[in-house]
Design a protein around this ligand. Structure first.
Ligand SMILES: Cc1cc2nc3c(=O)[nH]c(=O)nc-3n(C[C@H](O)[C@H](O)[C@H](O)COP(=O)(O)O)c2cc1C
Length: 144
């Protein structure tokens, strides 16, 4: 798909099928997310892939009960990495890591569209609850 088409065709979707997304595609989407610009090329962003239903349920509840989060085959959590951007002091922590993460989100949405995958950016959630549930997901990943 041409970039212009991907930009035009991307819209937020709140209905998802239960089709599995091949790991190869998920990894490629993350690879392209890393290609987004980042302040000082410090890559002050991390990505957590959530595909366990029970974790998605918790994340949905922590995001004002937006149920379609559970239906989506995967959730990609884009985290700002405050430590990695510390050379830039307060400006790094308050601005750059958020901007790095945000630039990566747009790459994710557009590359997903390139694969005809629909997406929805979720910004309404309780950060503290997300932190707690994502630790469970990381532990599950480590045990795999
Ligand atoms: C920072 C940010 C936070 C958002 N949070 C949510 C959200 O929590 N739930 C939701 O359904 N959509 C959310 N959206 C999607 C917007 O509602 C959507 O992008 C907007 O209505 C424009 O529609 P479009 O994406 O189809 O062009 C968010 C978008 C952004 C950029």
């Amino acid at each position: 798909m041409e970039l212009k088409d991907a930009i035009k065709k991307r819209h937020s979707t709140r209905n998802f099928s239960d089709k599995t997304i091949p790991n190869k595609i998920v990894l490629e989407i993350i690879e392209y997310a890393h290609l987004a610009p980042s302040a000082g090329n410090l890559q002050s962003r991390d990505f957590i892939i959530v595909n366990e239903d029970d974790i998605k349920e918790k994340l949905s509840e922590a995001a004002l009960d937006q149920k379609f989060i559970i239906e989506a085959p995967i959730n990609i959590i884009v985290c700002a990495n405050l430590n990695r951007v510390s050379p830039y002091g307060i400006r790094g922590k308050e601005l750059y890591c958020i901007q790095d993460a945000t630039a990566a989100v747009e790459h994710i949405l557009l590359l997903a569209k390139d694969y005809e995958l629909n997406t929805c950016w979720i910004g309404a959630f309780d950060e503290k609850k997300y932190q707690k549930y994502l630790v469970y997901q990381l532990i599950l990943d480590l045990l795999r």
